[in-house]
Design a protein around this ligand. Structure first.
Ligand SMILES: *[C@@H]1O[C@H](CO)[C@@H](O)[C@H](O)[C@H]1NC(C)=O
Ligand SMILES: *[C@@H]1O[C@H](CO)[C@@H](O)[C@H](O)[C@H]1NC(C)=O
Ligand SMILES: *[C@@H]1O[C@H](CO)[C@@H](O)[C@H](O)[C@H]1NC(C)=O
Ligand SMILES: *[C@@H]1O[C@H](CO)[C@@H](O)[C@H](O)[C@H]1NC(C)=O
Length: 443
């Protein structure tokens, strides 16, 4: 019925163009008269599931059941080579919603495609400008340490923010005034080390060790270019090392000739207090127990915001940990000045980014995938799976900020909104003057 209406609109418009003498305005100020056709009524839902169930039945897929780049009457089958596994996971790339248009620079990167660095005791894989040129403000590293394993003592030019995915760790730093801080973190907790602060990271004892997401406040950061304790000393004349520490040169007979990076070790003592050389004396802590913060409930899920107003040390990174129930979504919104680096922890999602200039692209996301959404790009994050969707929104900023489309419309004079969108009073009355953040399935 509605598509008939939009056809009618096109016809009406065409007749106006024909009927109106050249240069005559056809719009009425009292109520909005469409100067362009209505948008399509196609709901543009996801065309096939990218759930684990489907992927595991890949072998049974044949001919007509494989994903095809077809939506309604558009497109056609693939008869050439096809990577069916990737197409199953990317339904909105293979058969985009008809609302997509133009080309947004690639804004998805799966950590699964990052080259991994395997070491004795763990591994690390990264995403920076080399993987995703759009991601200029932030780079990310996914790191794994076996129980007791150490990410070698080091420092770097960019600040480091971290989110613990699994397991427990002990981290420590000293500031330029020589004050020290050592803290323990568990799943869902954070740490932050300002640019150039030296630090240590070690997995505590436990069956599995730990895995964590590291975030750096520069897209050009490289995990392979950090300043390492062993690498430095391997590149200083031994005579100078002995003089520096005022000991005999033989004391340094066993320093490594090259960097250790990640290596196994005995776990530190369970009790943090017994591991402190001096009591913690930095003015602010460098770890934050986000796992202990109560989430804010929303109609379609919940969220936690953490920035320098609560985690004072984190002056360059702000974040939100978001959970979206089945059928719900992170509402249409944008972030005024900061790009969003998104990391998917659980569930399945799709995002359409609107890049102005009639340009919008949709992509699908699975756990461990990354999205990068430039500042002011309008977007939503929809739960397209059958389980809770959980993800992190990360920003290079001391504050979390977003603008909600729904709230903006609700706080704008209704006649002005009606003039743009032709909404009726019932719809206007349902706009929300408070930010929703996460909404449930539509009703
Ligand atoms: C680590 O845990 C294992 C198994 O629970 C235990 O045998 C071992 O003594 C622990 N090591 C330390 C240093 O706590
Ligand atoms: C968090 O929620 C729990 C359970 O609802 C409640 O007992 C506790 O007081 C809350 N904590 C804070 C800091 O609000
Ligand atoms: C952290 O920052 C908030 C807001 O700026 C402030 O109220 C609070 O006192 C700070 N906490 C510490 C420990 O400095
Ligand atoms: C969700 O569950 C329903 C019913 O069990 C099933 O038909 C559907 O394919 C599932 N969708 C996904 C995305 O797994």
């Amino acid at each position: 019925m509605k598509s008939f209406r939009s056809l009618l609109a096109v016809l009406l418009l065409a007749s106006q163009v024909i009927a109106a003498p050249a240069g005559t305005a056809t719009s009425s100020a009292a109520e909005s008269t469409p100067t362009v056709p209505y948008a399509s009524d196609d709901p543009n839902g996801i065309l096939w599931s990218n759930s684990d169930d489907v992927v595991t039945t890949l072998e049974t897929l044949e001919g007509s059941t494989k994903p095809e780049p077809m939506r309604g009457s558009l497109g056609s089958t693939v008869i050439g080579p096809q990577n069916v596994a990737l197409d199953l996971m990317n339904p909105d790339a293979l058969a985009p919603p008809t609302t997509d248009e133009g080309a947004v620079p690639a804004f998805k990167w799966p950590f699964s495609l990052s080259h991994n660095r395997l070491q004795t005791g763990g591994w690390a894989r990264q995403q920076n400008l080399n993987q995703m040129p759009i991601a200029t403000a932030i780079a990310g590293v996914d790191m794994r340490l076996e129980p007791g394993a150490i990410r070698e003592m080091h420092w770097h030019v960019d600040a480091e923010w971290a989110y613990v995915l699994k397991g427990n760790l002990r981290v420590g730093t000293i500031d330029p005034e020589g004050r020290s801080y050592i803290g323990d973190v568990g799943p869902g907790d954070l740490w932050y080390f300002p640019a150039g602060f030296p630090h240590s990271i070690q997995a505590l004892n436990g069956t599995d060790g730990a895995e964590f997401l590291l975030i750096f406040d520069s897209g050009s950061f490289s995990e392979d270019s950090t300043f390492l304790l062993t690498d430095w000393l391997a590149h200083v004349p031994k005579e100078v090392i002995a003089k520096n520490f005022q000991v005999d040169i033989s004391a340094f007979d066993h320093i490594p000739a090259e960097e250790l990076y990640i290596f196994p070790s005995a776990p530190p003592p369970e009790n943090l207090e017994s591991d402190l050389v001096v009591p913690n004396d930095t003015p602010i802590p460098y770890t934050f127990a986000l796992s202990k913060v109560n989430s804010t409930k929303a109609s379609g899920g919940s969220f936690k915001v953490v920035d320098s107003t609560t985690f004072n040390a984190s002056t360059t990174i702000a974040a939100a940990e978001v959970e979206v129930e089945v059928g719900g979504m992170r509402e249409l919104h944008w972030h005024p000045t900061e790009p969003e680096w998104t990391y998917f922890i659980e569930g399945q999602a799709r995002i359409t980014v609107y890049a102005s200039s009639s340009t919008a692209n949709t992509m699908d996301f699975n756990p461990s995938d990354i999205a990068y959404i430039p500042p002011s790009y309008g977007h939503y994050i929809e739960n397209t799976g059958n389980t809770t969707l959980k993800f992190l929104e990360i920003f290079k900023s001391d504050r979390f900020q977003d603008v909600s489309l729904n709230q903006w419309l609700a706080l704008t004079p209704p006649e002005l909104v009606k003039a743009h969108l032709g909404l009726d009073d019932e719809t206007i009355s349902r706009l929300s003057k408070v930010k929703q953040e996460v909404v449930g399935p539509s009703n």
